[in-house]
Design a binder for this molecule. Structure first.
Ligand SMILES: [Zn+2]
Ligand SMILES: [Zn+2]
Length: 269
């Protein structure tokens, strides 16, 4: 006890789920982060990290709020099998921004309809409300702010604040420099920063415009915005544990408050 936010990283792998002994430490599940704060359960993204968990422990109120960054499948693939949606006594509010002229509901319906998936959204049992993302809103006592990312097709960066503790979730973000003014202002002084760091610098040269950051750039941004601690996430699907540990050691030598996120780890703020 004595903490305000419980943060559980359920999936920190980027782009594609991976499995095998060489990925065991950092995990192979795609984007999903669970937060318990102020009596609320908030989930960032619904990647494959959302599947196969003991959900009852995390939703004592049977009410969940999903803050989805965007509908790329690595961020949504866990949603159609999320048990809370099939509990007739549960409530779930899903925030997903209207994009390319399609509402969040239409984006989820596109995934959850035959032939891509046999179960449609109209057969979900819980009370599910799919909403557009305002710039600022609240989930119980938790304040939520949203900022537009730089990512092909768009993506949403979220900040949640409760009891003086703040967390910024910024994945699928391609910063234009080591000190992007808009992002650094948005994330300034946050307690925990979760930040995309898919590429090494040399990989980035081949993947410019794909909407992701680099490890050294994200470490520099974490320092620049004065985050108390930062966890780099959205690890490239080709990156093994051994490679991640070596890269992490290099980063930590320069930035002691920056680590790489590990699937399954918990952080108390
Ligand atoms: Zn992604
Ligand atoms: Zn994406």
């Amino acid at each position: 006890m004595g903490h305000i936010m419980q943060v559980k990283l359920l999936g920190v792998r980027g782009t594609l789920p991976v499995h095998g002994p060489e990925f065991a430490r950092f995990g192979g599940a795609t984007s999903c982060v669970l937060v318990r704060a102020g009596g609320e359960t908030i989930l960032f993204d619904a990647g494959t990290g959302l599947s196969g968990r003991a959900w009852r422990d995390f939703f004592p109120e049977k009410h969940g709020t999903l803050l989805i960054t965007h509908a790329h499948v690595d961020h949504l693939m866990g949603l159609p099998v999320f048990p809370l949606l099939f509990d007739p006594t549960a409530r779930c509010d899903i925030y997903l921004k209207t994009r390319e002229g399609r509402t969040g509901r239409e984006q989820i319906e596109a995934l959850m309809s035959p032939p891509l998936w046999p179960i449609r959204t109209d057969s979900l049992k819980a009370a599910v409300d799919i909403r557009n993302v305002p710039d600022a809103f609240s989930v119980g006592p938790v304040a939520v702010e949203a900022m537009e990312s730089r990512h092909p097709g768009g993506s949403t960066i979220y900040k949640i604040t409760c009891g003086g503790v703040s967390l910024v979730y910024a994945t699928d973000y391609e910063p234009e420099s080591d000190a992007p003014d808009d992002f650094c202002a948005f994330a300034e002084g946050c307690t925990l920063l979760l930040l995309d760091a898919q590429y090494t610098r040399s990989e980035y040269e081949r993947n410019r415009g794909f909407g992701h950051s680099t490890i050294p750039r994200s470490a520099a941004i974490a320092r620049r915005c004065g985050a108390e601690q930062a966890l780099l996430i959205h690890h490239d699907p080709t990156r093994t544990d051994r490679q991640l540990l070596a890269l992490e050691a290099t980063v930590r030598a320069q930035h002691p408050n920056v680590r790489f996120g590990r699937g399954g780890e918990e952080v108390f703020l």
